[in-house]
Design a protein around this ligand. Structure first.
Ligand code: NI
Length: 136
C-alpha cells in the first residue's frame, strides 16, 4: 500500500531565458519577454510529493517535518531571493526554464531521500503555468 505525502513551498527568484551562443535576435524570437537583459522575477510555487509504504511503527511514509526541512535547505535557501542565472551554480550554463528548475530540484532532493521513495516535483511559475517531473 503506497501513500503519497506532499509539501508545498514557495520562493521568489529572478531569471533570464537566453542562450549565450545565439544572437540577441534569435533569443528574442524564441524567448520573447523572458530574454529581457535585466532579468525578471517570478513567485514560484512548489509541491514536492514523496510516495512510499507506510511505516507500521510510526504510521508515516515520511515525517513531514523532515521533508519540509529538506525543501527548505535544498530549495528555499538555494533559490529564494536569488538571481537563478547568476547566483545558482546549476544554472550557470543551463537555461532556468520552469522545466529545468523542476529537474534541478528533483536532482537535489532525490539523493536525500530513501532510495525506495518515489518523488514528484510540481513547479508553478505563474498561477496558470506549471511543470512536473518524476525522474523519468
Ligand atoms: Ni520568466
Amino acid at each position: 500500500m503506497k501513500v503519497t505525502v506532499s509539501r508545498k513551498a514557495h520562493f521568489n527568484a529572478a531569471h533570464r531565458l537566453y542562450r549565450k551562443d545565439w544572437s540577441f535576435e534569435k533569443n528574442e524570437s524564441v524567448f520573447g519577454k523572458c530574454n529581457n537583459a535585466n532579468f525578471h522575477g517570478h513567485n514560484y510555487d512548489l509541491t514536492v510529493s514523496v510516495t512510499g509504504e507506510i511505516d507500521p511503527e510510526t504510521g508515516y511514509v515520511i515525517d513531514i517535518k523532515e521533508l519540509a526541512d529538506l525543501i527548505y535547505q535544498e530549495v528555499e535557501v538555494a533559490f529564494d531571493h536569488k538571481n537563478l542565472n547568476l547566483d545558482v551554480p546549476e544554472f550557470a550554463d543551463l537555461n532556468p526554464t520552469a522545466e529545468n528548475i523542476a529537474v534541478v530540484i528533483w536532482n537535489k532532493l532525490k539523493p536525500r531521500l530513501k532510495p525506495e521513495f518515489g518523488l514528484e516535483v510540481v513547479l508553478y511559475e505563474t498561477p496558470r503555468n506549471f511543470v512536473s517531473y518524476k525522474g523519468n
